[in-house]
Design a protein around this ligand. Sequence first.
Ligand SMILES: NC(=O)c1ccc[n+]([C@@H]2O[C@H](COP(=O)([O-])OP(=O)(O)OC[C@H]3O[C@@H](n4cnc5c(N)ncnc54)[C@H](O)[C@@H]3O)[C@@H](O)[C@H]2O)c1
Length: 274
Amino acid sequence: MEAFMKLEGKIALVTGAASGIGRVIAETFVTLGVRVIFVDANPAVQDIASALGQIGLVGDITSADFRKSIFHWPEVTYGEPASIGVFAAGITRDGLALKSDKVSGKPILFDENKFDMVLNVNLKAPVYCALQMVARLSEAGHSDGGKVIFIGSISSEGNIGQVNYATSKAGLVAATKTLNLEWKKLGVKVAVIHPGFTATPMVAAMPPEALEKAVALVESGTIHSPQSVADAVLSVLESENPPDELFLDRFKHASSHRVEYVSAIPSRYLAKSV
Ligand SMILES: NC(=O)c1ccc[n+]([C@@H]2O[C@H](COP(=O)([O-])OP(=O)(O)OC[C@H]3O[C@@H](n4cnc5c(N)ncnc54)[C@H](O)[C@@H]3O)[C@@H](O)[C@H]2O)c1
């Protein structure tokens, strides 16, 4: 615990804090003396937070008004803005990108509502949480910088049946890199942590056979504990120079499409571009 003492007294806002990874991260912060705002759409978040002497806020993070209100709370309650944001709220709505109708054989495209829903919750909402948090820090003239952590996924490198989810998590990588370029001058650091399969209600909802097959596709071959994600969050917060992306596991297929850019282009095209 000694190594994490510098987090004591800081204010963190954690979304998805009623369940799974977000909850364990928020609870871990509390044990380290961090003042935590627990945020979730599930009303249980209020009891979870108040049992630990913390604030629990209920609402939908896809609502711009809700996002704005949650980042005012720390100032109202503690007189200063949150300088740590961990945006873990997320959903899945899985399915193959393209299927064919069993009777007619006609192609069926992935449901657009499910695509939009996952993009809104998993990508747009956490990015706008980050913008809102840093806007509050800037307005308050906070000199301590700030740390934003997005919870990505190993699916950001592609996964069958998750065209929407994988796209949302890959989007967080691009957002992280862009925000780091823009906010270097503010002393704000953004990182995206990619958990592997982790024992939470999200994974428990998968059919056991599908889960077994999926776990066989990752390098570790195991399901991780939510605490391991919380530990990764602490390591990023502790680090003076954390990486933009941190993978806690990886799909075996991911390494096969990591290629050297120039060597992958046939030379006839390279010649044309000179
Ligand atoms: N469990 C895994 O194997 C795994 C792997 C990689 C990444 N992740 C990511 O980790 C994060 C947490 O996942 P988890 O497994 O703990 O899931 P979970 O379902 O246990 O928890 C997600 C929480 O987010 C909340 N939430 C969902 N939509 C919301 C909204 N619109 N507004 C406010 N709250 C909302 C839910 O109420 C829930 O409490 C997600 O972003 C997920 O994509 C999970």
